[in-house]
Design a protein around this ligand. Structure first.
Ligand code: LR7
Ligand code: MN
Length: 581
C-alpha cells in the first residue's frame, strides 16, 4: 500500500515530551456539566480564536479535547524507540533483523525491544489541543482484526488505545482473530488481555479475510460508534474525541484520522504532509494527493480543518454503527484483502454520507512492502475479483475505465467468476444512491475520467481518407466532420465502434465487417496508441496471437489484416480527438 508523503520528525517541529509532565486528568464534573441533550449542531471553533480559554471550557455542554496520555512519563525513558525516535540496531544484529523480518515484513526484531506503551510525539497542529468537543459524545467499540500479527505490535496497538482514549468513550476493544496460526496469539494472548476488562477476543473458526472479520467484530460491538483500526498502529494523543465529535455532529459523517508513518525499518514515528487526502487512480488504485492550492485558499482552510476525502485508505475510521448497517455494511462477497475501501467509499458518498480526514486525530501505522500472511487463493486474482465486484456495482458506465486500464481479461466470464451481485445491486437501488457521474462531478472533480479514449473521424494517413460506415459496411470517403457515418469511438474496451456496431475482422481475418459490440469477445479488440509507441497510430488486432495490423488497400476499396510495418502509412489511423492514451 502507498505511504503518504512523510518526513522524519525533527525535535524542533514537534513537542517531544522528554520532561516529566503529569498526564492531564479528567474532571468528571466538567463532563457532566449539563445533562440536557444538545439540540442545535453548533460548529465549534478552535479555542485558538478565543483569547480566554477558560470561558470556553465552562460553556455548558462542551469541553476542551482531553489530551490524555498515560505514557507521557514513561518508566523507561531510555528504552529503545522511546518517544517514537528511530531505534538503531548494531551491525552485528543485522542477521537477526533479517531472520525475523518475514514474520511481519518490518523490523520485528526491533519492535520486540520497544516498550509496548512507548510515548510518541504529539504531532497534532497546535490549535487541536484547544478545540472543543461535546460532553455527550457517543461511545465507541474499537475493532482490530488480525491474522498472525506480530505480538509486540498488536500489544502496542491495544495499549495505545487504552492509554490515549477517554475511558468513558471507550466501550470496549474487540480483537477479531482471523484464524491465526501463531501459538502466542492463542492462550498467551487470552491471558495477557485478561488484565484489561475492556478487551474482548473473538476467534473465527476459519480464515475469513479482513472484510468478513470486520463484519464479525461489528456484529459483536456494543458501542454506538464502530472504530476500525489495523493491528499495527499507535494511536496518538487526543485521537478519539475529534473523530467521535464528527459523528456526533452528523451521523452520516465517516471520519478518518491522519495516518502517520511508523517506519518499517527503524520504527520511528514520522510526520506526514498537511492537506493530504485519499484518492484513487485507474484501475481503482488507492493513493494520496494534496488538496489543490486554490481549493485551500478559496475555502480559507487551516491545517486543522477536516478534509473531504474521495476515498479512504480503508483501515482506520469511525462510523455510526446504525449507519454502517443502513449502508449495508461491506459487501460480504469481498475476499481476504483489498477493494473494500473503494466499496465503502463509493457507497458512503453516493448514498448520502461524507468521508473526512480529521487532522486533529492522528494514528501511526506500519507501512509494509508486502502482506506478511498467506492468501488462501492467488493474491492478484483475489484483489482483482474484489475490484471487479466494486466496479460492477458502483461505477455505472465508468466501469469501462476500470477494465480498460489493464483488466480486460476480467471480462472473460469463463476465466473469472466474480460471484453473484444481485444483493449489492438491489441494495444500491433500495438506498436510492446517486450515480457515479454525480460522484465524479461533486466529490472528485479533479479526476480525469473520459468515457472514451478517442473519438471523431478515423483518418488513414496513406490514403488521406476517412473510414465510413454505409449501409452496414465499411468504406472510405473524403473526410467530412459533419457526416455522422464517419464518426467512430475508440473505447476503453478497445473497440472501434459506431453506436452498437464494432469493427471486426471476419473469416480468418481476410474480410471486415461489423458485429454487435460485445465486451467479452477478445476478437473485437484493437490496440491503438496515438504516440509513444513503436507502432503508434496502428490498429493492431487481438484476433490472432501474433501482431497483425489493419491496413487500407491502396485503391481505398478494401481493408486487410497484414503484418505490422511501422513505416507503412496505409496502416496508420488517426482519430480526431484523443482523450487518453
Ligand atoms: O485475511 C486477512 N485477515 C485480517 O484480519 C488479512 C488481513 N487482516 C488484518 C491484518 O492483520 C491487519 O490488521 O487486516 C488488517 C489490514 O491488513 P494489512 O495491514 O495487511 O493491510 P494494509 O495496511 O496493507 O492495507 C490497507 O488496505 C487494505 C485493503 O483491504 C485494508 O483496508 C487495510 O485496513 C488498509 N490499511 C490502512 O488503511 C492503513 C493505511 C494504509 C494505507 C494507505
Ligand atoms: Mn496495515
Amino acid at each position: 500500500t502507498s505511504k503518504p508523503p512523510n518526513k522524519d520528525i525533527k525535535e524542533k517541529e514537534v513537542n517531544i515530551n522528554k520532561e516529566k509532565k503529569p498526564a492531564e486528568k479528567i474532571d468528571k464534573s466538567d463532563l457532566n456539566a449539563t445533562k440536557e441533550p444538545l439540540k442545535p449542531v453548533i460548529k465549534l471553533q478552535a479555542g485558538g480564536d478565543s483569547k480566554d480559554n477558560s470561558t470556553a471550557v465552562r460553556k455548558p455542554g462542551v469541553h476542551k479535547v482531553l489530551s490524555l496520555d498515560a505514557t507521557l512519563t514513561p518508566r523507561d525513558a531510555n528504552a529503545v524507540g522511546q518517544f517514537g525516535q528511530a531505534a538503531l540496531v548494531a551491525s552485528n544484529e543485522d542477521a537477526e533483523v533479517r531472520k525475523r523480518w518475514d514474520e511481519g515484513h518490518f523490523n520485528v526484531y526491533l519492535s520486540d525491544q520497544i516498550p509496548v506503551d512507548r510515548a510518541i510525539p504529539d504531532t497534532r497542529p497546535e490549535t487541536c489541543a484547544q478545540n472543543l468537543v461535546h460532553d455527550d459524545l457517543p461511545s465507541t467499540s474499537v475493532i482490530f482484526c488480525f491474522v498472525d500479527e506480530v505480538w509486540s505490535t498488536l500489544l502496542r496497538s491495544v495499549h495505545s488505545v487504552l492509554n490515549r482514549s477517554p475511558p468513558h468513550l471507550l466501550k470496549e476493544i474487540i480483537l477479531v482473530d482471523d484464524f491465526s496460526t501463531k501459538e502466542n496469539l492463542k492462550a498467551p494472548l487470552d491471558e495477557y488481555m485478561s488484565q484489561f476488562p475492556k478487551v474482548r477476543i473473538i476467534r473465527l473458526k476459519e480464515r475469513q479475510g479482513l472484510i468478513r472479520a470486520r463484519l464479525a467484530g461489528a456484529a459483536a460491538a456494543k458501542g454506538e460508534v464502530l472504530t476500525f483500526l489495523d493491528s499495527h498502529v499507535e494511536c496518538n494523543v487526543g485521537w478519539l474525541e475529534p473523530l467521535l465529535e464528527r459523528v456526533y455532529l452528523d451521523r452520516k459523517k465517516v471520519p478518518c484520522p491522519v495516518i502517520e508513518v511508523i517506519s518499517d525499518k527503524d520504527m520511528s514515528y514520522m510526520l506526514v504532509d498537511n492537506f493530504q487526502r485519499g484518492i484513487f487512480k485507474w484501475p481503482l488504485v488507492f493513493g494520496w494527493s494534496a488538496l489543490p492550492e486554490e481549493y485551500i485558499k478559496k475555502n480559507n482552510m487551516t491545517i486543522s480543518d477536516p478534509i473531504r476525502c474521495p476515498v479512504m485508505a480503508g483501515g482506520l475510521f469511525s462510523i455510526d454503527k446504525k449507519y454502517f448497517y443502513e449502508l449495508g455494511s461491506y459487501d460480504p462477497g469481498l475476499d481476504v484483502w483489498g477493494g473494500e475501501n473503494m466499496e465503502i467509499s463509493f457507497k458512503i458518498w453516493m448514498c448520502g454520507g461524507e468521508i473526512e480526514i480529521i487532522p486533529c486525530s492522528r494514528v501511526g501505522h506500519i507501512f509494509r512492502g508486502q502482506n506478511p500472511y498467506k492468501f488462501p487463493k492467488d493474491r492478484q486474482k483475489t484483489v482483482e475479483r474484489n475490484l471487479a465486484r466494486v466496479a460492477e456495482v458502483w461505477l455505472d458506465e465508468y466501469k469501462d475505465l476500470f477494465y480498460g486500464h489493464g483488466y480486460h481479461h476480467l471480462l472473460d466470464k469463463k476465466a473469472t467468476d466474480i460471484g453473484n451481485l444481485t444483493e449489492q445491486i438491489n441494495l444500491r437501488k433500495r438506498l436510492k444512491c446517486k450515480s457515479f457521474k454525480w460522484y465524479l462531478e461533486n466529490v472528485y472533480p479533479d479526476m480525469d475520467a473520459p468515457l472514451v479514449k478517442a473519438e471523431g473521424l478515423v483518418f488513414n494517413r496513406g490514403l488521406r481518407k476517412c473510414l465510413a460506415l454505409q449501409k452496414g459496411s465499411l468504406s472510405f470517403e473524403i473526410c467530412d466532420l459533419s457526416k455522422q457515418s464517419q464518426h467512430f469511438n475508440y473505447t476503453w474496451m478497445r473497440h472501434v465502434r459506431q453506436q452498437d456496431l464494432c469493427v471486426a475482422p471476419q473469416g480468418k481475418g481476410i474480410g471486415f465487417g461489423l458485429q454487435s459490440c460485445d465486451n467479452t469477445k477478445p476478437e473485437l479488440r484493437w490496440f491503438h496508441k496515438s504516440s509513444n509507441s513503436a507502432l503508434a497510430e496502428h490498429l493492431i488486432t487481438e484476433f490472432v496471437s501474433h501482431h497483425l495490423c489493419l491496413e487500407a488497400g491502396p485503391q481505398g476499396d478494401t481493408l486487410h489484416l497484414n503484418p505490422c510495418v511501422p513505416s507503412n502509412a496505409l496502416q496508420k489511423w488517426q482519430f480526431t480527438h484523443y482523450r487518453a492514451q
